[in-house]
Design a protein around this ligand. Structure first.
Ligand code: PEP
Length: 262
């Protein structure tokens, strides 16, 4: 990690996030046709604060202007680190850039487990995206066995160390992390506030050690309109990454409302 200008970057990062509203990010996964996405936006109505949506590619391409018009940050759920070439079925960063995307999701546990995405590939994706001027939201998380056996600290630290390897100081403000315990994703049962506080405290310390900075750290895993206020008030939680509840405009709106700080 370069030390150059570190103080300045820390000051800027702290200033940027002081009194900030929580980040509310929706991962639509393989849901939402273009028509459904448009209906969602119409029902959602105007938003303020830092709201992000990661739609599927087709909906992303067609509705990019609609997201932009509403001040919603948008980006893909996955991308390839190579610029172009014979990679059937893949999408490159220049293609994503054309759509005016800002933040890219990377390393979601479903990509890691269903598509065997490795930390090495994730590291390459992050480096490529940052080089192209994007910001990234890196997802990390442990499985139930790792949680129960007490291995979760090691697992999470290793993910961060490997995925963020080679991160240069000037790119630190472009990184956000989503801590998503795999056992809480899509189960309807989030981690407890005690678990979230303990884990976020640990991750903030690791991130500070690795980057010298207070990197925004979101929680994800069965966040909904009922538990968002409690989870959002846990120290160290800077926002949410939301799957299921981000598909329902009325639920997503309620989460945005409880995330406002100013
Ligand atoms: C996710 O997949 O990132 C997620 C957090 O899903 P859910 O909110 O449905 O648990």
């Amino acid at each position: 990690m370069e030390q150059k200008n570190l103080d300045q970057i820390i000051r800027e990062t702290v200033a940027r996030y002081m009194n900030r509203s929580l980040i509310v990010a929706g991962n639509w996964k393989m849901n939402m046709t273009v028509r459904e996405g448009m209906e969602f936006l119409e029902k959602l109505g105007p938003v303020d604060g830092k709201v992000m949506i990661f739609p599927p590619y087709t909906t992303l391409a067609v509705l990019a202007g609609e997201f932009r018009k509403r001040g919603i940050i948008y980006g893909p759920q996955n991308f390839h680190y190579k610029e172009s070439g014979a990679y059937t079925g893949e999408i490159s960063l220049p293609m994503i850039k054309e759509l005016g995307c800002d933040c890219l999701l990377v390393g979601h546990s479903e990509r890691r487990s269903y598509y065997n995405e490795t930390d090495e590939e994730i590291q390459k994706k992050i480096q490529a995206a940052l080089k192209e001027g994007f910001s990234v939201m890196l997802c990390i998380g442990e499985n139930l066995e790792e949680r129960k056996s007490g291995q979760w600290k090691n697992v999470l630290r290793k993910q961060l160390e490997k995925d963020l390897e080679g991160l240069s100081t000037d790119r630190i403000p472009y990184i956000q992390i989503a801590y998503e315990p795999i056992w809480a994703i899509g189960t309807g049962v989030s981690a407890s506030t005690e678990e979230i506080i303990e884990t976020h405290r640990y991750l903030k310390a690791v991130l500070s050690e690795l980057t010298g900075s207070d990197i925004p750290l979101l929680y994800g895993g069965s966040v909904n309109e009922k538990n968002a206020a409690d989870i959002g008030s846990c120290p160290g939680v800077d926002g949410f990454l939301i799957g299921g509840a981000s598909l329902k405009p009325e639920k997503f709106r309620k989460i945005i409302e409880v995330s406002k700080r100013e």
